[in-house]
Design a protein around this ligand. Structure first.
Ligand code: GLP
Length: 256
């Protein structure tokens, strides 16, 4: 894991944006995995401002609520179109978001996995992290080998996400999420976490044991993970000084 700690979320976001911009320049037909939540919002704003060419890019989103009408403002479909897709020159048929209203959800999940395979896999997956260490909607105790499937949200996640809805009771209980096994097959994973309320989940994921209780800890088994943090999110890391030293002393050929 490469742990990048910056003073502010804006600075950490800038690094993440440069990593993605470089990928799109090096590989115009890249396959990106995308995330929702408040964490990647500034990243998407920065990418929009960079005026990159998305015409050949394919995207797969991590997750979606089940049962909300597609045009509901809190679906991840609405989130992605409002905050990224409508502002860039991406082709609509290359955008993939799990369908929370599919008649046969298990079949649509299997189809989602097949589409990822058909396009040659995900080059870079953007990830946020839940306060309980979840990736996508893979809640604690998710199988570390899981594939795209239905999950039931924990009370904590529904409380955390209630801020986007009118109240906790409006947050759906069921969701579709790419599995941990799916995420682990992305060639690069780029995890972003900002704010003190993510500090414990990040410390456990980066420096704790690999355990499904903190699903993000499985990223320790992935060969290419970059973790972009602000200082508050890094505040419980025991080896933060080492990570800072590594970043500050990168050889020129390794910088972003
Ligand atoms: C949701 C999403 C996750 C996201 C998490 C954290 O549960 N399914 O993909 O990482 O929220 O959200 P935020 O970035 O708003 O803290």
């Amino acid at each position: 894991m490469e742990i990048i700690i910056r003073e502010t979320a804006a600075s950490a976001t800038g690094i993440a944006a440069r990593i993605i911009a470089k990928l799109l320049r090096d590989k115009p037909a890249a396959v990106l995995g995308l995330a929702t939540g408040s964490t990647p919002l500034p990243l998407y704003r920065t990418l929009i401002e960079m005026n990159l060419d998305w015409s050949q890019v394919t995207t797969f989103n991590l997750d979606e609520y089940i049962g909300l009408p597609r045009e509901h403002p809190q679906t991840y479909h609405s989130f992605m179109w409002e905050n990224l897709f409508q502002h860039i020159n991406i082709s609509k048929d290359r955008v993939h978001i799990p369908d929370g209203n599919a008649a046969d959800i298990p079949a649509s999940c299997a189809d989602y996995e097949a589409r990822i395979r058909e396009v040659g896999g995900i080059d870079l997956q953007v990830l946020g992290i839940g306060t309980d260490g979840h990736l996508g909607f893979n809640e604690p105790t998710s199988s570390l080998a899981s594939r795209t499937r239905i999950k039931t949200l924990t009370r904590q996640t529904r409380v955390d996400n209630a801020r986007f809805f009118g109240s906790e009771s409006e947050v759906p209980h069921h969701v579709i999420t790419m599995g941990i096994g799916t995420i682990m097959e992305a060639r690069t994973n780029l995890l972003l976490a900002f704010g003190e309320n993510k500090a414990r989940a990040i410390a456990e994921a980066v420096e704790g044991p690999i355990t499904s209780i903190n699903p993000a800890s499985v990223l320790q088994m992935h060969p290419a993970v970059k973790v972009c943090l602000d200082e508050p999110a890094a505040s419980e890391l025991k080896r933060a000084d080492y990570y800072r030293w590594v970043y500050d002393n990168k050889p020129a050929w390794q910088t972003f």
